[in-house]
Structures are given as structure tokens and as C-alpha cells.
Design a protein around this ligand. Structure first.
Ligand SMILES: [Cu+2]
Length: 178
């Protein structure tokens, strides 16, 4: 029964976009999830550095936590040297629909803890700096599972403020759904 549900979920994700690559495997107590797609543009009326970018996210989920690795490619060279905030958000990706991604995925909020602490230990922060080839990479390790559901990786205009978790305007988004 559980197996059937997993299969149905994977089929639903593939149905959203033919270019979404999803692999779920269980190895030594770890589930590995991989996502790759073009970034959804949050402002198709204006040119931006992520208009032709693609991204890959790998999540390795273990009983004691999650490791996330993000690779962004095809960023406009004019953005070289800049650092952009990036986080896993609760909501879904949609072209020209930045609000649909909702707020950050926060382990305290999902566990019902009060107060909800905003930090790189309670959320999945993946800020990256763009190199001369238009590539940016980042990774983080957190001590909580990222639960299945409709999520996204949102790329913001500024680095993440460690005190507030804010990172400016939402520019683009990678669908991360399983
Ligand atoms: Cu964000």
C-alpha cells in the first residue's frame, strides 16, 4: 500500500513537467531525492539573470537529518560575483506567481514548536555566489527531515539576512515536489 502511494506520487511529479527528473532510492536508511529543471521565472515582463538558468537539487534524507545540495547553471554573466539567497519554501513554483511559494519550510513550524525560530538550523538555506561561468553551488546539512509535499527552492535578489531569513525580492524558482 505504501509502495503504491510512492509510485503514484512520482507519476504525479513527472506529469507536472516532462523535464523534471526525479529519483527516489533507499540506501542504508537514506532516501535520495533529485530534482532538475529550468527555473520558473517570477517576472517574465523584465529580463533577469535567471531567465535561462537551470537548477538541480539533491536531498539526502537520513533518520537524523537532511543534506541538501544545490547547483544552478546558465545564470547571466552580468551576475558574476553576486550572492543570491535561496531557500526551500512550503508552496509550489509557478511562472509569474512568486506568492504561490508561500513562506520558508521551517522545521519548528512543521513540528508545532513555539516560538518558531528562523535560522539555518531550522530552515533549508542554500545561498550561492555566481562565478564567471554563470554557475552557483551551495549545500547545507540540517537535523530534521524535509517532509513530502509541494515545495520549491526560491531564488531571491539578495543574500539571506541571518537575523530575519529575509533575502529580498523573489526572482525564480525550482519545483521540488514529491
Ligand atoms: Cu526564500
Amino acid at each position: 500500500m505504501e509502495r503504491k502511494g510512492l509510485r503514484g506520487g512520482a507519476a504525479a511529479v513527472v506529469g507536472l513537467s516532462a523535464t523534471v527528473a526525479l529519483a527516489a532510492t533507499a540506501v542504508a536508511g537514506a532516501a535520495v531525492l533529485r530534482f532538475a529543471d529550468g527555473l520558473r521565472d517570477y517576472d517574465t515582463a523584465a529580463a533577469g539573470p535567471f531567465d535561462h538558468a537551470t537548477a538541480r537539487l539533491q536531498l539526502v534524507e537520513r533518520p537524523d537529518g537532511t543534506t541538501a545540495v544545490l547547483h544552478v547553471r546558465g545564470i547571466d554573466a552580468s551576475a558574476a560575483g553576486r550572492t543570491f539567497g535561496a531557500h526551500v519554501h512550503n508552496g509550489a513554483c509557478g511562472t509569474d506567481a512568486p506568492a504561490a511559494a508561500l513562506g520558508h519550510y521551517n522545521a519548528d513550524a512543521h513540528a508545532g514548536h513555539v516560538p518558531v525560530v528562523v535560522s539555518p538550523q531550522t530552515e533549508v538555506w542554500l545561498d550561492f555566489t555566481v562565478d564567471a561561468t554563470g554557475a552557483g553551488d551551495s549545500s547545507t546539512a540540517v537535523r530534521f527531515p524535509v517532509q513530502a509535499g509541494a515545495h520549491s527552492v526560491v531564488v531571491h535578489a539578495a543574500p539571506t539576512d541571518p537575523a530575519t531569513g529575509l533575502a529580498g525580492a523573489r526572482l525564480a524558482c525550482l519545483p521540488v515536489e514529491w
